[in-house]
Design a protein around this ligand. Structure first.
Ligand SMILES: [Zn+2]
Length: 492
């Protein structure tokens, strides 16, 4: 068995889709001599011809994972956060009460948004968190860092272009910066003339300039990036070429690009020995704000300030890793929030950490439970019941076996409800009901009652749980990102 599993949180939904997921939570019952552990009376490998009597029975000691580490905790938010909270608390219930380990889960979360962390952790895990390191009483000093007044990491400047289309201001700001950088490229001795630059040869100067050659342009929406791309092609690149300046060679980094593409661009940015011939402008969206660490990004432009302070901080933190960077905020004069940022530009940057918004997440969101209940219910069947019932009524992956097990009272309606109350955190392990849990209890009651009636009344042939629940009017989630398709609302 693996001793550590690295996964994205949305995969938790598989607990309600695939009985083999329980192998991760509670280990195996048998070992196929060829393919390894299984908790079913057949091998996990579909093509395996061996029968259960060929397997070795296994008694695993303490097989449940009890340490969960969540990186980028602040991203588990909104509907993803609510769905994750239901599956997380189901896993916690299962590991503590049903698994062989019977131990509580410990969780470590790393977050970039520490404000209101207590509320977030309560909603995501139903826990009381301990913060480490504790909050600093100082503005300019904390556990990780202190402001060094001698060492300039970033220069941030902002301006609002009045009386001009914002996209033109963005591309011309890029153009003027390109001209300035090109001037240094053309005459590297000008770099050496900068006071305290700390280098003495033109080779060193051109080496240093490589870290300022690639501009990063941040867009709040993809469409802005497309407009910038268009305006760069004509007229900006034509103008640069006619001035004898190396024009922009643009690459996009948005949600449309695959991870493969993004990795390729990053590799090109970081490892290209011939920086001056390569990509020199990246038009990006918020997808660059996490996990993109490149020393080469030191010139950045914001096409409008992101609506969220955490996002703004994350985004500009891509720059200034090795050298002092320059960040240019282009304020959209028509946006009130942008205007307010401009008006309070200095204090907004000084108190930015205090202005970080709380992570929006609500485990009691009324509609969310409708989406998670079917999958958590089948999760309960496949993890808590199927390991035993597979030998009597048959695999609970199939509807007819669920019906049989219900008829044989192997699955008890009241017990399942109680398990679901605990899985959703409506009642804690001592059976105490939480105020907000009551509305979920009612939903759980109605759902379980309906499912028991429907499964009992219908005649089933070979339907699996996906087909069966669809027929009954429910959907089992197979990913926590598996939300309703978006409605596009636009003006006529
Ligand atoms: Zn096998």
């Amino acid at each position: 068995m693996p001793s550590a599993i690295i996964s994205t949180v949305d995969k938790l939904a598989i607990v309600g889709c695939n009985a083999n997921f329980r192998n991760i939570l509670n280990g195996g019952e048998y070992r196929c001599p060829v393919h390894g552990y299984t908790s079913k009376k057949k091998c996990i490998e579909k093509t395996c011809q061996l029968e259960v009597q060929d397997f070795k029975a296994i008694d695993m000691y303490d097989p449940a994972p009890t340490l969960f580490i969540q990186d980028e905790l602040h991203l588990i938010r909104e509907s993803l956060g609510t769905y994750a909270s239901h599956y997380e608390s189901f896993l916690k219930y299962y590991i503590k009460n049903v698994s062989k380990s019977k131990r509580d889960v410990k969780i470590i979360g790393a977050t970039a948004t520490i404000s209101s962390y207590k509320e977030q952790v309560y909603h995501l895990y139903g826990r009381n968190p301990v913060r480490f390191p504790c909050e600093s009483p100082f503005i300019e000093r904390n556990f990780y860092a202190a402001v060094d007044k001698e060492d300039l990491q970033r220069q941030i400047l902002g301006y609002a272009p009045y009386g001009k289309a914002i996209v033109n201001s963005v591309v011309y700001s890029l153009k003027y910066m390109r001209e300035a950088v090109y001037e240094y490229y053309n005459e590297p001795q000008k770099i050496l003339a900068i006071p305290n630059i700390g280098i003495s040869t033109e080779e060193e100067a051109l080496e240093l300039l490589k870290d300022y050659w690639i501009f990063l342009e941040y867009n709040n929406v993809k469409r802005d990036g497309n407009n910038v791309d268009g305006a760069i092609k004509t007229p900006v690149n034509e103008e640069l070429s006619s001035e004898g300046i190396i024009p922009f060679k643009t690459r996009a980094m948005t949600g449309d690009e695959s991870f493969q593409d993004v990795r390729e661009v990053l590799a090109e940015v970081e490892n290209n020995s011939n920086v001056y011939d390569g990509v020199n402008l990246i038009t990006a969206t918020s997808m660059i704000s996490h996990g993109v660490d490149a020393d080469r990004f030191n010139v950045m432009f914001f096409y409008g300030i992101p609506g969220n302070m955490a996002e703004y901080i994350q985004a500009y933190s891509r720059t200034g890793r090795k050298h002092t960077s320059i960040v240019v905020d282009l304020i959209r004069p028509t946006r009130e929030t942008d205007q307010s940022y401009l008006k309070n530009f200095t204090s907004m940057h000084k108190y930015k950490d205090l202005l970080v918004e709380a992570v929006p997440i609500n485990r009691w969101a009324t509609k969310a439970v409708d989406n998670t209940l079917p999958g958590v219910f089948t999760g309960v069947l496949l993890t808590c019941y199927d390991p035993e019932i597979q030998y009597t009524s048959g695999s609970l992956f199939f509807m007819k076996n669920i019906k049989k097990a219900m008829k044989e009272h192997e699955i008890n309606q009241g017990t399942v409800k109680d398990q679901l109350y605990k899985s959703f955190g409506c009642t804690d392990d001592d059976g105490i009901t939480h105020d907000l849990g009551n509305q979920y209890r009612k939903k759980i009651d109605a759902f379980v009652d309906d499912v028991f009636v429907q499964i009992g009344d219908r005649s089933w042939s070979d339907e699996n749980i996906f087909d069966g629940f669809r027929l009954m009017g429910y959907r089992i989630m197979n990913s926590l990102r598996d939300t309703d398709s978006q409605l596009i609302i636009e003006l006529d």
